[in-house]
Ligand binder design. Structure first.
Ligand code: NAP
Length: 636
């Protein structure tokens, strides 16, 4: 065997390989299953003390085997498709047991990227020659891009309406310092298209924006997008069985017509600034994190940031030390979870291995789907026999609380005051957990940063007043106070059958069958709709892809049965709501009384999914016409 010039850096790169997935990736690429030494299987424990739970000696053994596999690959090239049995054997080595592999096999194949199982297998012209089906997709962010892609594949006429001046949605709008994805990026990406060889484990906003733009171009979506155009309202026209969609943009006001409307506006697109007394009297600049004002020079300013959710906690470490003084107003703390790779770049060597070993990133993704998604659900599940006094919901959840508290304690030596203020009194996973590599406590320990453990109740010309009556002098206020999550499609009126408005139908309690369809609103579909948000288990892209897959199946039914419209039956929605409520009640976010953007004013969990990824996969795998009113087309 001769050593090619490129071989040495690759062998060297094994020092930084992903220890959990390098052997499965090489076994799949070479077909050499003997690489899968049963004594070197990784641990799926959340905070394993060593990488992948392997000892140093085991790690060296993994690298030695990987060197063998890599040489085989470089000598002979990849083997091509594996048999189902071999694939399952490799999965079984990586994942807990054969039962899991058998149950999840199809889902895993898709996530691995071995086949794009969600490409529609039909198209409008093929199923109904001569018929056209038009769709307006509202929003050109992560959901809008995949929706347009799939609908185009299914032969629909697609127009994407985007209010912003660029594609990208949340990753276009949120430009605040420190903005990055809090989910592992090898998971937070589409299952289809060219895999991105990410330079960061949790990419900053600009990289994500570039990724979504690239996919939009690669899938041919961009020519179908109308930028800088706002949807002003949607009205169902009974006579034509079409949606009339009001648009405001460079062509002035117009009404577009479409057979189908898909909302891809997300849950977190409408910034919420609390309506506090005196808010308009403040003398300095004030803005929301999602509308960051880059014109304002913060250096030398006394800056106040209101809120301690995910957004605020990304901003705080960036501002600390760059402004004259930073005051953080915390009404209630967020749980922080250790994430050491949070701000780290992916080592060049690892990226080189990803470029060289076919589908190595797919195997990492599969591992993350298991370890960071389904594997974590148990931490949030309520044990009815366990009394955690409102602080935890099960023994496991209590153990998790202890780990998170111990980590925080280690970051805050000699500061019991900060430890008290930063330790939530509600169970971990009752709200979104914030990944941290120590930067957040380090920022709050600085002399020029103050954590005020009080809510803001009023604004004055020179600062804010907290609920203990104290006035805080500020030059700039940053509102990190979240979004109008309950108000999907805000502020556009949506009028369905018989003049029914979506606002009135929901009355503050959004609900949709499968999170996708609302009775009385024919051919209107939601992505990232009610009860499809996830707290711990996974990436929202996964849900969106499944929703779009289901929507294309529903549309296939519509076209194949020569129907004009379909809409969820009220009784189907009722059953669905009972189901999601029952599942959420068994999870930390539903059982805890703590308020969050996951809940409506009444306390009902309107945003979250309370079951496994697999459950939603199974539910959305088929379109069940018995849950839907399907209206035939009237003959022309
Ligand atoms: P959020 O979680 O709703 O947090 C809003 C914060 O504002 C809370 O701490 C809230 O306090 C506080 N607040 C509201 N009114 C206040 C007042 N008058 N005085 C003091 N504090 C006040 O919003 P967010 O941080 O923007 O995050 C929303 C969601 O966006 C996250 O859960 C996550 O899903 C997503 N997100 C993701 C990323 C990412 O992936 N990179 C980044 C940011 C956000 P209370 O808790 O007491 O209500």
């Amino acid at each position: 065997m001769t050593t090619t010039p490129d071989r040495a850096p690759l062998i060297e790169a094994l020092e930084v390989c992903d220890l959990a997935t390098i052997l499965p990736a090489l076994a799949a690429a070479t077909g050499d299953l003997s690489l899968l030494d049963p004594t070197l299987r990784p641990s799926d424990a959340m905070f394993a003390e060593t990488e992948a739970g392997l000892s140093l000696d085991q790690a060296q053994q993994v690298r030695a085997l990987a060197k063998r596999g890599l040489n085989q690959l470089l000598d002979h090239g990849p083997i091509g498709d594996l048999s189902r049995e071999d694939l399952a054997t490799i999965m079984c080595w990586l994942l807990p047991d054969r039962g899991v592999v058998e149950q999840y096999f199809d889902l895993f194949v898709h996530e691995l990227g071995l086949a794009d199982l969600r490409t529609p297998t039909w198209s409008v012209p093929a199923v109904a020659p001569g018929r056209t089906l038009s769709a307006i997709v509202i929003g050109a962010g992560m959901s809008g891009i995949v929706t347009a892609h799939r609908l185009l594949q299914a032969g629909l006429t697609v127009t994407v309406i985007e209010k912003d001046t660029e594609i990208g949605g949340t990753w276009f709008e949120n430009t605040y310092p420190g903005c990055r994805v809090d989910v592992a990026n090898h998971l937070y990406s589409y299952s289809f298209g060219t895999r991105e060889n990410w330079t960061s484990y949790h990419s900053p906003q600009r990289d994500l924006l570039a990724y979504f733009r690239r996919v939009a171009d690669e899938c041919g979506v961009r020519p179908h997008v109308r930028l800088a155009t706002t949807v002003t309202g949607c009205t169902w026209d009974e006579t034509t069985a079409q949606w009339q969609v009001g648009l405001e943009g460079d062509r002035g006001h117009e009404v577009a017509v479409a057979d189908v409307v898909v909302s891809c506006v997300g849950q977190l697109n409408h910034p919420r600034i609390p309506d506090l007394p005196g808010i308009d009297t403040f003398g300095g600049p004030q803005f929301h994190t999602a509308r960051w004002n880059h014109e304002v020079d913060l250096s030398g300013a006394r800056v106040g940031i209101v809120g301690t959710g995910s957004s605020a906690l990304q901003v705080i470490p960036e501002l600390a030390g760059t402004v004259a003084h930073l005051t953080v107003f915390e009404r209630s703390p967020s749980w922080l979870a250790p994430a050491l790779t949070y701000r780290q770049s992916v080592p060049e060597g690892l990226r080189l291995l990803f470029d060289t070993i076919p589908n190595a990133m797919g195997w990492l993704r599969l591992w993350l789907v298991w370890k960071n998604c389904e594997g974590l659900l148990a931490l949030a599940r309520v044990d009815d026999t366990f009394d955690g006094g409102g602080r935890s919901v099960s023994l496991m959840n209590e153990g998790f609380r202890e780990i998170l508290t111990a980590v925080l304690e280690a970051y805050l030596p000699g500061r019991p005051d900060l430890l008290r203020a930063m330790t939530p009194d509600y169970p971990p996973l009752a709200r979104r957990i914030v990944p941290d590599d120590g930067s957040i406590p380090a920022a709050l320990l600085r002399d020029d940063v103050a954590l005020i453990h009080h809510g803001v109740t009023a604004v004055t010309p020179s600062g804010v007043v907290t609920d203990d009556g104290t006035h805080h002098d500020l030059d700039v206020i940053i509102w990190a106070t979240g979004f109008h999550a309950q108000d999907f499609l805000l502020p556009m009126p949506v009028v369905g059958r018989g003049g029914l408005t979506l606002d009135a139908t929901w009355d503050g309690e959004p609900a949709a069958h499968l999170g996708i369809c609302v009775p009385g609103f024919p051919n209107l579909f939601f992505t990232y709709g009610p009860n499809t948000n996830i707290v711990i288990n996974g990436s929202i892209i996964y849900f969106t892809e499944l929703e779009v897959d289901w929507i294309t199946k529903a549309l296939h039914h519509l076209v194949a049965t020569n129907a004009s419209s379909l809409e969820a039956r009220p009784e189907a929605l009722e059953r669905w709501v009972e189901y999601v409520d029952a599942t959420n009640a068994k999870m930390a976010w539903g059982a805890s009384s703590v308020m969050s953007w996951y809940k409506s004013a009444s306390g009902r969990v309107t945003q979250n999914w309370g079951e496994s990824l697999l459950a939603y996969y199974d539910i959305t795998k088929t379109f069940d016409p018995s849950d839907y009113v399907v209206t035939p087309r009237t003959p022309a």
